[in-house]
Design a protein around this ligand. Sequence first.
Ligand code: ZN
Length: 293
Amino acid sequence: MSPMELNRMMRIRAGFSNWIEIVSGQSNRRGSSTFGAMHLVDTHAHLYLPQFDEDREAMIQRAIEAGVEKIFLPNIDLDTIPLMHSLCDRFPQNCFPMMGLHPCDVNEDFQSVLAQMRLMFSERKYWAVGETGIDLYWDKTKLDLQIASFKIQIEWAKELSLPIVIHARESFDEIFSVLDEVNDERLTGVFHCFTGNEAQAKHIDGYGGFMFGFGGVLTHEKSGLSETVKQIQPEKIVLETDSPFLAPMPHRGKRNESAYVRIVVEKLATVLGRSIHDVESITTRNSERLFGF
Ligand SMILES: [Zn+2]
């Protein structure tokens, strides 16, 4: 592990002391100068999908105008890789790729798919491994394959000293049984679109290296997430959209886009009883610690 990677890992684990520095105004960390206030990060968006084919550039401009200047793109399968790369090449200051195989796209051939993906890490910079994880909402029959694929990608994250992006849908028990076995001090990452309860949040917190991604579901009142999020330390929270999916109110059911991180940050500020400015600074610094940018 390089000194830079070690530093990134330590910064995630040292989240609480950073938080104290930030709230007490003592922080003069790198983040405050390279990434000033009022800049938001969308830590999870699939902006290369066809839902944006008609207006992709205008949509990214809207995000930038809304202050969402950095957008992290998780990969899905082999087909999405060239689309993701070309978007990151078109917007090198704004779009950043991550490499992995989505649990819903794990099939019998997953080992050869993963072998092709693994080679790509030596060809360009990826900011995380993912998205991976387990999804039992759509298909329970491939659980064994999903677990095997998840475990391989966890090993990559450790070897490459990269954070891992975990997708959990109706699968916390299965994910915990994998992580309970393989978690160690090298593993960091994010539970993207966290929709678990307080006990599940505590379990994840116990791993030490994980953050929680919140997006549009926070604005869906029946989700109960506005209660859960209060139980999570603010220095472990990052913002995301999961665009084009999971749009916040009042756009629920329609296409989501990265500019809507602004809606999420406003909702989070209300729920936490803090200023929007504070929540922006805190979550942006958290994203910086997570990805090491
Ligand atoms: Zn996703």
